[in-house]
Ligand binder design. Structure first.
Ligand code: NAI
Ligand code: MG
Length: 357
């Protein structure tokens, strides 16, 4: 039973990406020192800066070289110098879509020591996993623009929903719900106004649900869902929705849990044919970039989810528990109402990992 070594591709990219990924790598190294596995990190300098120099985010052969790793750790992409739709499609979606990382998994909870902006919600009252369709839907890239600049300019943004992709995602959501204590799944659509794709989603959820008799299912329209999240957070557990709907709901979820700075995202290929990609939910936050004050907790939680996906359940739980202890001790960045900087939080988590082993 030799020591496993996991090969990790790091793509820090833009803004606070490099700051939080450096913090994450430090914590992962500390975790591996007290565990029986190792990491080998390889840095990829793909960013908006290199895009402006070379004309492409991912160089020729780049995707192939990503495939040789066990997982990908991603920072954030987006810079004032490049339009957001170019950077997002040039880097992040250019990895997720071809690598078929079709399940975007976004856990959220109120961490100990942190406060929800909801007056009556405390640790334990809000503990969700949002599963977002990550390969098609509203972000399928179908559509076009004609008569540019004319008063009669026309544009279309076509949503694509295929039975294949919806079914595999909903099955993954049921499996996730089944593994959680509440075994509860909320299927979010907009099947009153959007009468084709969304009605198909509802039907597929009903069909797939027959194979998961122990999971309670609730159907909800996306607009009603925003109210439910704010007013009755403890009635929700696992949530599945389309690419666009879940994108929006998961930002709301992160804000309700206290800060966009704490939440993680996993872009999973559940077939494990390709490496999966792990990233904090937040963006490149240029307003605070370079100041050393970015909250690294979202990246630590991201690293824990990566470690879990690699099969090291116990180490993942340990990392989360250390991170929660540090938050509980009040070592918090400014977005959480504290005064600690990125390095102080990182050092505290590393010290806690060593202490707890
Ligand atoms: P953002 O998440 O970068 O920032 C929103 C607000 O939250 C800002 O006030 C920021 O300072 C704060 N914030 C974010 N992360 C934080 C952290 N770790 N610690 C403390 N405060 C934090 O979202 P925004 O401003 O909408 O987007 C900025 C850029 O990031 C855009 O170019 C956008 O396209 C890109 N973006 C990229 C994502 C990705 O790579 N997956 C995801 C979201 C946005
Ligand atoms: Mg988003």
């Amino acid at each position: 039973n030799g020591t496993s070594t996991y090969s990790i591709a790091c793509i820090p990219a833009d803004g606070i990406g490099p700051e939080v990924i450096a913090a994450g790598v430090e914590v992962l190294k500390t975790l591996s020192e007290v565990s029986d596995f190792k990491f080998q990190f390889e840095d990829y300098d793909w960013s908006s800066e290199t895009y402006l120099k070379r004309g492409q985010y991912i160089p020729d052969g780049g995707l192939e070289s990503l495939k040789k790793h066990d997982a990908i750790l991603f920072g954030a992409v987006g810079a004032p110098s490049v339009p957001d739709h170019i950077s997002l499609w040039g880097l992040r979606l250019a990895i997720c879509q071809p690598l078929q990382q079709y399940a975007n998994v976004r856990p959220t909870k109120i961490l100990k020591g942190t406060q929800s902006p909801l007056r009556n919600a405390h640790t334990g009252d809000l503990d969700w996993v949002i599963i977002r369709e990550n390969s098609e839907g509203e972000y399928a890239g179908q559509g076009g623009r004609s008569h540019r600049g004319m008063p009669w300019e026309t544009s279309t943004e076509v949503s694509i929903f295929t039975r294949h992709c919806v079914e595999r995602l909903i099955r993954f959501a049921f499996e996730t719900a089944q593994k959680r204590p509440k075994k509860h799944l909320t299927v979010v659509t907009k099947s009153n106004a959007q009468r084709n794709g969304m009605v198909m989603w509802d039907e597929i959820a009903q069909e797939v649900g027959k194979h998961f008799p122990d999971v309670t299912v609730k159907k909800m329209l996306v607009d009603a869902m925003t109210c439910e999240m704010v007013l009755k957070p403890n009635t929700l557990d696992t949530i599945v929705a389309t690419n666009l709907h879940a994108d929006i709901l998961s930002d709301l979820a992160a804000a309700l849990a206290g800060s966009i700075g704490i939440a993680p995202t996993s872009n999973l290929d559940p077939t494990r044919e390709n490496p999966s990609m792990f990233e904090p939910i937040h963006g490149s936050a240029f307003d605070i970039a370079g100041k050393g004050v970015a909250n690294p907790v979202g990246t630590f939680w991201t690293c824990a989810e990566m470690v879990r996906w690699l099969g090291q359940e116990a180490a993942a739980d340990r990392l989360i528990s250390c991170m929660e202890t540090v938050c509980g001790n009040g070592v918090l960045t400014r977005d959480l109402g504290g005064s600690a900087n990125t390095k102080e939080v990182t050092d505290a988590v590393c010290a806690e990992i060593k202490k707890q082993s």
